[in-house]
Write a protein that binds this ligand. Structure first.
Ligand SMILES: *[C@@H]1O[C@H](CO)[C@@H](O)[C@H](O)[C@H]1NC(C)=O
Ligand SMILES: *[C@@H]1O[C@H](CO)[C@@H](O)[C@H](O)[C@H]1NC(C)=O
Ligand SMILES: *[C@@H]1O[C@H](CO)[C@@H](O)[C@H](O)[C@H]1NC(C)=O
Ligand SMILES: *[C@@H]1O[C@H](CO)[C@@H](O)[C@H](O)[C@H]1NC(C)=O
Ligand SMILES: *[C@@H]1O[C@H](CO)[C@@H](O)[C@H](O)[C@H]1NC(C)=O
Length: 241
């Protein structure tokens, strides 16, 4: 009897598991990304007549794993019902703020959004399905401001990676019935090489001109600090000259 009961429980659990089973993309699951420099910032300012302010930023992490996302949604028109899904889309916003021109979700592993993303298995979701993985923007965004932040382990700052978010992608915000209500392009805001001088490498390069170790390994902060010292020395020399 006891055995039968547990067998039934196992069958039930297995059944439940099958029902909620995540679907893997045609090209597999998304790998966890590495080497995303915390000195790089991408930004998206999402606009339309229906939103007061929706802004997202994307920065690398201290250990380089994944990308840290901050998002704040303010004053979404009360004519647009929430909660609000939002995603990274494939193309830039079209002329006149045309959100349709942004195409579909960033989905290099060909997962698509049906069945819906299981947030317990984010590696199986569309790369661009930010709200599927991390939750929709709350209806609070309609009467005030609602913010969130999280690390998404599958976004990449590497231009060679299919999960790269910097190659003319955009953010689209939808209302509860999936209508696209606002959109904005993801643009490079800073690569932390604003100090000038001649030694500024591209934001994606591994090493500084002084032959220091790769930027995006654990040494990121150290390289940044010595860069700052170098900058100060350069400014002082400039003043003396
Ligand atoms: C990250 O950088 C390290 C050191 O350069 C390298 O060994 C590793 O393969 C890189 N990882 C990825 C996913 O590119
Ligand atoms: C990203 O957005 C958050 C929330 O609005 C803000 O506090 C933070 O300063 C921003 N970070 C960058 C690097 O812009
Ligand atoms: C979705 O909601 C918007 C705003 O309330 C409305 O204009 C539109 O007709 C709705 N679309 C569908 C398919 O329900
Ligand atoms: C918006 O973009 C879509 C897709 O590119 C296009 O078919 C449509 O005509 C555009 N709408 C307007 C109003 O330009
Ligand atoms: C980064 O370093 C790796 C290995 O040292 C090299 O293959 C790659 O081309 C470098 N990337 C850039 C952008 O310099």
């Amino acid at each position: 009897m006891h055995f039968l009961k547990s067998a039934a429980a196992v069958a039930l659990l297995t059944g439940a598991y099958v029902v909620s089973a995540e679907t893997t993309g045609e090209k597999g699951n998304a790998p966890v990304t590495e080497n995303n420099s915390d000195r790089i910032v991408y930004e998206a300012i999402v606009q339309s007549d229906d939103v007061q302010s929706v802004r997202l930023n994307f920065t690398g992490t201290e250990d380089g794993v994944g990308v840290l996302v901050h998002a704040c949604f303010t004053g979404i028109s009360e004519t647009q019902p929430g909660p609000y899904p939002y995603h990274i889309h494939d193309f830039v916003v079209g002329e006149g703020g045309n959100c349709t021109a942004t195409g579909g979700h960033l989905d290099p592993y060909v997962r698509r959004d049906d069945p819906p993303c299981d947030p317990e298995a984010p590696e199986t979701c569309e790369i661009g399905d930010l709200s599927g993985k991390h939750g929709k923007a709350s209806e609070e965004a309609s009467t005030g401001t609602w913010c969130t932040s999280y690390v998404d382990k599958y976004l990449s700052f590497d231009s060679e990676d299919v999960a790269f978010i910097g190659n003319d992608r955009s953010i689209v915000v939808h209302n509860a019935n999936k209508t696209r209500i606002a959109c904005g392009n993801i643009v490079l805001a800073t690569s932390d090489y604003t100090g000038g001088g001649t030694a500024a490498p591209s934001p994606y390069s591994n090493a500084t001109s002084t032959g220091e170790p790769p930027i995006a390994t654990g040494g990121a902060t150290k390289v940044g600090a010595s860069g700052l010292v170098l900058g100060v020395i350069l400014s002082i020399s400039a003043m003396l000259l």
